[in-house]
Design a binder for this molecule. Structure first.
Ligand code: ARG
Ligand code: ZN
Length: 880
């Protein structure tokens, strides 16, 4: 991409479409190298776009990329060449009547499509990915979400593709004269082109049914390649749970006769909510106890729910333009998080989500690609499927929920769905519905949609014995981000409690409530509590009530007290995290000064108490024991010294392992119960603590601990336990032995794509095993495929974003390797290349020698030649 071609799109330039498409009739003749696509569109001048006194009709713009145009006809007559012209990214036609039928024939080559946008082949099956702008790679079309149309799709394919699917309900099928199969689908709900989908393949399916609250029977089908048919049960159960939950919690019923899910191996993202025909990355839908870990089971449950929930928050009510992406994604992530919380443990789910936010979203919000939940501009929309749009967007919706309360929030969502069903709307419309349904005022709250950056809260307090009054003073400040220097104060819900000397929550007012939400709206504000009998210890930001960083001068003793007594489970965990970060920061300082590192005594004391506390949820104990990741620690640093982080973590881990080996072993033995595998919250919690203990025990390198891992591996009971044992052995067993286990594991599982992906990741992400040399070897492995994003993620991203130790090797070889791979991938799949490069873009945060080498690697990508728009945007913004 030359700089001139990298045009920027601005929200302020939004205009309604000139023409609407009332009906879209598609006909596909599938061939790998030459698929014929015929489209017939009922086009009509958009009354809302007509300017006063308009005399001539504006030209019609149709997006189109990598298409071979065969013919264009209007109302049955071929259009002469002078009435249209092909330009950059599409074509314009002269229009003579305000309503007409347009027929366009194009040819495309699915087999040559490695971008995995538009129509492509995955293991010989045809599938599509159209969000955000992939439909323009299928046919010429106004490929924007505010053009909503009723679609009819006919697919013709050779008989080796017996399953032919598209959106909606199947209305016709048969064979053509030459013996090919033909199926027609009709989707009665008007939708934008990004929700279009088509699948053709030799697939098998499992089928089930769901009866909606109003008594309609819906057929549920899950399609996979035959070899995966036994891995569909969990997704099917999850789907039914999600359908019931959306009826109960949001009053939303499913609307078509059939709901289909298809698993495909080549997929850029997790999954896609195409109307009635969701398409999933195989890794996000297929699972069995022997092949998938607890983590995979839970991820599948949440993604299946997420895509299903989009049927209302995304499809029935969609986005006006892509600046509004968080309208559907933030809201839907909030919905799926609440669903998972209801299905499993609420506190555990919250801690997992907040950890992701703090690790990855906070760093995005502090880096060169920082953008508001509703961005003002972009070069390539694919680059904005970010943690900010999804995760921070969900936090923003959660804050509305917290400020209004659950009943009022439901009134707001009911009004939103009722007002906007069948239309393409904005984040503003969502907020208005929340306000109007409740007479609420969210004017200042809107800034959350406009301002990028993570707000920092600084809290001080004061207790006055004479008047029994306690005062909390909270100051807020949001750091500058690219293009945004001034940040007026936000409306921040700060949930708090006050803990008395006996460890119990103090009543905060006459009603006796012990938690309250403070409305922080000013740059600095003081909140006063009266009748407080003695100086309390504040529990701040309970449940992580806002996506902010909060500073309060907790002492180690106070944190130990909170870990034991806070009635808010999230904050009990958060206290342990604060304590761990304190410890790891002083270890980093010791390492940098060259002084001897000292045992983190307070942390050991706190975790020892936690480990002995049989009343605590084992999942919570596991999460308290787990040290913050290197990435998370990097996020906490002003200047990152990768070497110091690695050394500090390693030292702390070993100290904990040695100091706590007796209780760790006791817990391991107590939890090692060998019961039949079930992916339910209680069992998952026990396995997670058991395996956390195992990891620590192996870190001591004590031979009998390694024996525990060897035995657990041999027993081969379920993938969760096997993967944990193998992971510990790869990290801590003698190299030769570890190689033997890895080899045997591969031999056992080589036919299973999902397991092989995890086998790659286990190696590329390992601090001791995943050297650059090893990663290069893995890329030569027969199971590696550079055109498969999951393989790229498990080998290359595993190394670059999970293997801090090897990626940040002092010689800069890790950085150069990543740059090299990014350049190769950019020619094949720009979306993946632009994501892969992200670890390098944070170079400004690193200390001098690391920073310079990361920047040089980025510059090398820039200089290597023509970049895709995707990669150009990320690299140019991070070099700026
Ligand atoms: N809407 C999908 C989801 O979040 C994400 C698809 C985006 N895909 C892409 N290639 N940008 O559920
Ligand atoms: Zn989504």
């Amino acid at each position: 991409m030359k700089e001139a071609q990298a045009r920027t799109v601005y929200l302020k330039d939004y205009r309604a479409p000139d023409y609407l498409i009332d009906h879209t009739d598609l006909h596909f003749d599938l061939e790998p190298q030459a698929t014929l696509v015929k489209s017939r569109l009922k086009v009509r001048r958009n009354p809302e776009a007509i300017n006063a006194g308009e005399k001539t009709l504006p030209p019609l713009w149709l997006d189109g990329v990598d298409l071979e145009l065969l013919s264009i006809a209007i109302d049955g007559k071929l259009l002469p060449a002078q009435r249209y012209h092909e330009g950059e990214g599409g074509l314009t036609l002269d229009v003579e009547t305000p309503e007409f039928e347009l027929e366009v024939h194009t040819r495309i080559a699915p087999e040559a499509n490695t971008s995995l946008e538009g129509l492509y082949l995955s293991n010989g099956m045809y599938c599509t990915q159209c969000e955000a702008e992939g439909f323009r790679k299928i046919t010429y079309y106004p490929d924007r979400p505010d053009v909503m149309s009723v679609f009819t799709t006919t697919i013709v394919a050779p008989s080796k593709y017996p399953v032919l699917l598209a959106n909606g309900n199947k209305v016709d099928s048969g064979t053509t004269e030459d013996g090919r199969l033909r199926v027609t689908w009709e989707d009665p709900f008007a939708k934008p082109s990004y929700l279009f989908a088509l699948v053709a393949g030799d697939l098998q399916y499992v089928e089930d049914s769901f009866t909606t609250a109003s008594g309609r029977e819906v057929k549920l089908q899950l399609f996979t390649e035959p070899k995966n048919i036994r891995k569909c049960d969990h997704a099917m159960i999850s789907l039914k749970h999600a359908m019931r939950w959306d009826e109960e919690v949001y009053g939303r019923e499913y609307d078509l006769d059939v709901f289909m899910i298809v698993a495909v191996d080549h997929f850029n993202m997790g999954a896609m909510e195409n109307k009635g025909l969701n398409i999933f990355n195989s890794a996000c839908v297929l699972a069995s106890p022997e092949t998938a870990t607890d983590g995979a089971f839970q991820r599948i449950e949440s993604i299946v729910a997420h895509e299903y929930f989009h049927n209302w928050s995304g499809n029935r009510v969609t986005c006006r333009d892509w600046f509004q992406l968080s309208l559907k994604e933030g809201f839907t992530v909030f919905r799926d998080a609440e669903f998972s919380a209801d299905m499993n443990s609420r506190a555990v789910k919250r801690i997992e989500d907040v950890s992701l936010l703090r690790t990855a979203q906070f760093s995005e919000d502090a880096g060169p690609m920082a953008h508001p939940v509703r961005p003002d501009s972009y070069m390539e929309i694919s680059n904005f499927y970010t943690l900010t749009i999804y995760e921070k967007g969900a936090e923003v919706v959660r804050m509305i929920h917290t400020l209004l309360g659950p009943e009022a929030f439901r009134r707001g969502s009911d009004l939103y769905f009722e007002r906007h069903d069948g239309s393409a709307v904005t984040c503003e419309d969502f907020i208005c519905a929340m306000e109007d349904a409740n007479n609420a005022d969210l004017r200042q709250f809107r800034r959350w949609y406009e301002q990028a950056g993570t707000p920092v809260l600084t809290v001080t307090d004061q207790y006055d014995e004479a008047s029994a009054t306690y005062r909390l003073t909270i100051a807020q400040r949001t750091p500058a981000t690219p293009g945004q220097t001034e940040k007026p104060p936000l409306h921040i819900p700060v949930s708090i409690g006050l803990i008395g000397a006996d460890g119990r929550d103090l009543p905060l007012d006459d009603s006796g409530k012990t938690s309250t939400v403070l409305n922080l709206t000013e740059a600095e504000q003081t909140f006063t509590f009266s009748n407080i009998p003695h100086a309390p210890l504040p529990s701040l930001l309970r449940g992580f009530s806002a996506p902010v960083k909060l500073h309060y001068g907790y002492s180690e003793d106070q944190l130990l007290f909170l870990m034991q007594h806070d009635s808010d489970a999230f904050n009990r965990w958060d206290a342990s995290r604060r304590l761990a970060i304190k410890a790891l920061e002083s270890l980093q300082a010791q390492y940098r000064d060259g002084s001897e590192m000292t045992e983190p005594a307070a942390l050991i004391k706190g975790l020892s108490a936690v480990l002995e506390n049989a009343a605590l949820d084992p999942a919570l104990v596991a999460m308290m024991l787990a040290l913050p990741s290197a990435q998370e620690l990097a996020e906490e640093c002003e200047v990152v010294d990768a070497g110091a982080i690695i050394a500090a973590r390693k030292f702390a881990r070993n100290s904990l392992a040695n100091a706590l080996s007796a209780p760790l072993l006791a817990r391991y033995q107590q939890l090692d119960q060998r019961k039949p595998y079930r992916p339910v919250a209680d069992d998952i919690a026990e396995r997670s603590l058991k395996n956390t203990c195992l990891g620590y025990l192996c870190a001591t390198l004590d031979p009998s601990s390694l024996d525990l891992a060897r035995l657990q591996l041999q027993r081969d009971e379920n993938m969760t336990d096997v993967a944990a044992a193998l992971g510990a052995l790869v990290e801590y067993a003698p190299r030769e032995e570890a190689e033997k286990y890895l080899g045997a594991f591969y031999d056992q599982w080589q036919q299973d794509t999902q397991v092989v992906e995890n086998w790659f990741l286990l190696q590329s992400g390992s601090a001791s095993f995943g050297t650059l040399e090893r990663v290069r070897e893995l890329m030569q492995h027969p199971a590696f495929e550079i055109t498969n994003p999951n393989k790229v993620r498990s080998v290359i991203s595993g190394f670059a974003s999970r293997n801090f130790t090897q990626f940040h090797r002092e010689d800069g070889s890790g950085y150069r390797f990543l740059a090299e791979q990014v350049s190769v991938l950019d020619k094949l799949n720009p979306q993946i290349a632009a994501r892969l490069v992200i670890p390098l873009t944070h170079w400004k945060k690193y200390c001098d020698h690391e920073s310079a080498r990361m920047r040089a690697a980025l510059q090398g990508i820039m200089d290597a030649g023509e970049l895709s728009r995707d990669l150009y945007e990320v690299v140019s913004k991070s070099l700026a």
